[in-house]
Write a protein of this length. Structure first.
Length: 461
């Protein structure tokens, strides 16, 4: 049965839960999480994201699958740093969820964290995006194949009045949403390189040489471009374009303060549902063809390319080795397939397995991040090379973004095909895996192809 977002039935249930949590909090002298999820009328998630400008807002959407999470506000923020930021987040979240008062109903998930983590370290342009930041939203709109639920979350403390007024005010954002086409700049944004392309190609050559010497098995080098517009970029309009153009990808947006990090990534890092673990090895890329025949020829060439197959094999070997420590069994095909996106095609190997007892999604991510598809191999040697030679503040680009529910299940993707918006300025990122026979000119061309989704979404292509 659907419930009105602003109806008295929801208010009455919420007030009762909060009163019980307040009593429990005063008795135990600790914060108590209270969460109520109820079925509501269907709402377009990007509309809600757009209507919530000015507060913390997060979107995770899988257009083809009909699944989405839209978070508004912040009931609790978990910020962590260092190499153990993933397990530290899980520990804090588990503690908060112990003793929680949760009414989930028939929804696919209840109280859920949304957010992400940096690739490595973060610099000044990533203000508000620390090494780890996961948010329990005040409101979370859940969409699943045409059905819709609203989760209302609060963390009740013994000496703080319950936040009923704030919850009702935020709920009004979801109830009174209005579709918006966004503001499209009348002129294309101005594009510039953050670093001369000749320098980046020189670093690619140096990286390939380091692999040939045996210093590295593979290293990923990223580059960035800057867009400058006459008007502030509208993340809502960009999300509409990404959802329409890349429906098989994970479309995400994490807005905090005056910045928004968003993208449409084809690379799943980890999914844990019902004790089943799944991930995707995505490494090795070719452009799409201009005709069906040319496209098939390129796909065959990609499958037969020794350089691309070697890069794919390195990533796959690393992933399976690390997943084996947390899974009872692993299942994967003998050969990769070709994943076709509108502008690029990748070698792709899906991997699945059963989660071992006592393991959680964030514990596995701590083991596998960064994978060789975004860092390199061996991991520490590749990271040293990136820190010394890349000269780019990656921030959350190539870091894990996604969601985690109160049962420890969730889904994270690798934040590629992404951009950081800051007013009228946008920074777009792309990276390439470098092995022994990598050609600087070809890698530069591949990076340009990988910039296409965000250039198009922001009106520059």
């Amino acid at each position: 049965m659907e419930t009105d977002l602003s109806g008295p039935a929801l208010d009455s249930k919420l007030a009762g839960l909060i009163e019980a949590a307040y009593d429990q909090s005063r008795r135990q002298r600790r914060p108590i999480l209270v969460s109520l999820t109820q079925r509501v009328q269907s709402i377009e998630p990007i509309d809600v994201f757009g209507a919530a400008a000015g507060t913390d807002r997060m979107l995770w959407s899988q257009p083809d699958a009909g699944f989405s999470l839209t978070g508004i506000g912040a009931a609790r923020v978990i910020e962590t740093a260092g190499e153990h930021r993933f397990s530290a987040t899980a520990e804090i979240w588990n503690e908060l969820c112990s003793g929680a008062l949760i009414e989930q109903g028939d929804a696919p998930c209840g109280p859920t964290l949304l957010g992400g983590f940096a690739f490595d370290i973060v610099g000044p342009q990533w203000s508000g995006y620390p090494e780890g930041r996961m948010v329990l939203p005040r409101l979370c709109l859940i969409g699943d194949r045409g059905r819709c639920w609203l989760t209302v979350n609060a963390v009740i403390c013994p000496d703080t009045p319950p936040p009923l007024a704030e919850l009702c005010g935020l709920r009004g954002i979801a109830a009174a949403h209005h579709p918006s086409n966004g503001h499209a700049s009348p002129a294309k944004p101005r594009l510039s390189e953050l670093r001369p392309s000749t320098q980046w190609r020189s670093e690619v050559a140096a990286a390939a040489q380091a692999v040939r010497r045996g210093d590295l098995g593979k290293v990923v080098l990223a580059r960035a471009v800057r867009l400058q517009s006459r008007h502030n970029f509208d993340p809502t309009l960009a999300l509409r374009r990404l959802s329409a153009g890349y429906p098989t990808c994970d479309v995400f947006a994490i807005a905090h303060g005056d910045r928004c990090f968003l993208g449409a990534t084809p690379e799943r890092l980890l999914k844990v549902r019902g004790g089943q673990v799944s991930t995707t090895c995505l490494a090795g890329s070719y452009a799409r063809g201009g005709s069906d025949h040319a496209d098939r020829e390129l796909a065959h060439a990609l499958m037969a390319d020794p350089k691309e197959r070697r890069e794919h094999a390195l990533v796959l070997e690393d992933l399976t080795e690390k997943l084996s420590a947390s899974c009872i069994s692993l299942d994967l095909p003998a050969q990769p397939s070709v994943l076709k996106l509108p502008n690029v095609q990748h070698l792709c190997t899906p991997i699945s397995g059963r989660l071992a007892p006592g393991r959680s999604a964030l514990q596995i991510i701590e083991q596998i991040h960064p994978t060789p598809s975004v860092g390199g191999q061996p991991r520490e040697a590749a990271l040293r090379f990136i820190r010394a030679r890349e000269r780019l503040d990656r921030g959350w680009y190539t870091g894990p973004v996604g969601w985690l529910d109160y049962r420890g299940e969730g889904e994270f993707a690798v934040a590629i095909r992404a951009a950081l918006l800051h007013g009228a300025q946008a920074t777009l990122f792309a990276g390439c895996g470098i092995v022994a026979d990598s050609d600087p000119e070809r890698e530069y061309a591949e990076s340009c192809i990988k910039l296409t989704p965000m250039l198009t979404a922001l009106g520059a292509q």
